[in-house]
Design a protein around this ligand. Structure first.
Ligand SMILES: [Zn+2]
Length: 167
């Protein structure tokens, strides 16, 4: 299994929370989409160690379920972070595919050739690839903007509480 203590939380997001799922993956969490309208689904997920996240009123009182009040993805992320007391340390940000939730593999600059825009190939470092969908990710301005947004809702600082990226 994993060699370092990373975020062990495993999220099961209700179907309407796709954008929130992407943000959680960005933080390094495994976030799967599930249909929580099925009555048997939540107990099953809980027994498998998932944290179900939903906006369904019916599930509001269910122990172990994170009920989301907001309808905006970024505010939803804020809710999850504060509800579960997630802090920056130990997070493996940018380690998962935003689409598949699969852990990304580091690839060399050479291997990124042709898979990224030319200007990215020229300037970027730290290329990572999704084994499921073959998307390539890199450190760049987009990542920096997302970190700045995260800082705006948390006490997190870019240069505190561990390194960004790395192994
Ligand atoms: Zn992918």
């Amino acid at each position: 299994m994993s060699s370092k203590p990373g975020p062990e939380k495993l999220f099961a997001l209700d179907l309407m929370l796709g954008k929130l799922a992407k943000w959680l993956r960005l933080l390094g969490f495994d976030a799967r989409m599930k249909d929580l309208s099925n009555p048997g689904e939540v107990p099953l997920l809980l027994s498998r160690g998932f944290i179900p996240v939903t906006r369904r009123e019916k599930l509001k009182e269910t122990v172990g379920v994170v009920f989301i009040e907001s309808d905006r993805a970024f505010d939803q992320l804020k809710e999850v972070i504060s509800r579960l007391s997630i802090d920056r340390s130990g997070l493996k940000m940018f380690s998962r595919c935003m689409v598949c939730s699969a852990p990304l593999s580091h690839i060399s600059k050479e291997d990124a050739f042709g898979g990224v825009p030319d200007f990215v190939f020229e300037t970027a470092t730290d290329f990572r690839k999704c084994p499921e969908c073959s998307r390539i990710y890199w450190a760049g301005t987009h990542r920096k903007r997302m970190l700045e947004r995260l800082e705006s809702i948390t006490e997190w600082k870019q240069d505190a509480g561990g390194q960004d990226g790395g192994e």
